[in-house]
Design a protein around this ligand. Structure first.
Ligand code: TYD
Length: 135
C-alpha cells in the first residue's frame, strides 16, 4: 500500500460557485461515523503527533492549507493539503503530524469510528514497536 493515497472530490459547481459532496463508501472509502474540524490554529503550532491502532480517516483542507507528515514506520513523507477537492487517506497505524497551518485553515477530518482515546498511540517509539510487533 503506498504511503500517500489521495481521494479526489469532484467539484460540482455551477455559475454560482462550488460545491463538494462527501459520501460514505463513494468518494470516501469507508462509512463515516465521525466528522471533526481543526481551525483557528495559532501561528507556529503543529498538531497530530500520533497514530491510531484501528481508526481510518480522510483529511481535507476545506479552506486554507497545511502540511501533513505521513509515516508508516518505514517511510516518511510530507504532503500539502491545499485544495477543498483533494483529501488524503490516513489509515490505521500511520503516524501523522500537521504543520504550517495557514491562518485561515479549516482541516476537516472524516473518521470511520467514534472518538476513543485508547485507540491513540501518542509516543513515536511505541508506534515503531507496535509496527514491528505487527510484522
Ligand atoms: P487530538 O486528536 O490530540 O488533536 P490533534 O491530533 O489535532 O493534535 O485531540 C485534541 C483533543 O480533543 C484531545 O483532548 C481529544 C479531544 N478530541 C475529542 O474529544 N474528540 C475527537 O473526536 C477528537 C478528534 C479529539
Amino acid at each position: 500500500m503506498s504511503l500517500v493515497q489521495w481521494v479526489e472530490f469532484p467539484p460540482l459547481g455551477d455559475d454560482r460557485g462550488s460545491l463538494v459532496a462527501l459520501e460514505s463508501g463513494k468518494t470516501v472509502p469507508f462509512i463515516i461515523k465521525r466528522v471533526y474540524y481543526i481551525f483557528a490554529t495559532k501561528p507556529g503550532v503543529s498538531r497530530g503527533f500520533h497514530a491510531h491502532q484501528h481508526l481510518n480517516q480522510v483529511a481535507v483542507c476545506v479552506t486554507g492549507s497545511c502540511r501533513m507528515v505521513l509515516d508508516n514506520g518505514t517511510d516518511r513523507t510530507s504532503v500539502w493539503l491545499d485544495a477543498p477537492t483533494k483529501g488524503v487517506v490516513i489509515n490505521k497505524m500511520m503516524w501523522r503530524e500537521m504543520h504550517d497551518f495557514s491562518p485561515d485553515c479549516v482541516l476537516l477530518v472524516l473518521a470511520d469510528k467514534h472518538y476513543d482515546e485508547t485507540d491513540y498511540i501518542r509516543d513515536y517509539k511505541s508506534f515503531l514497536e507496535a509496527i514491528n510487533n505487527e510484522s
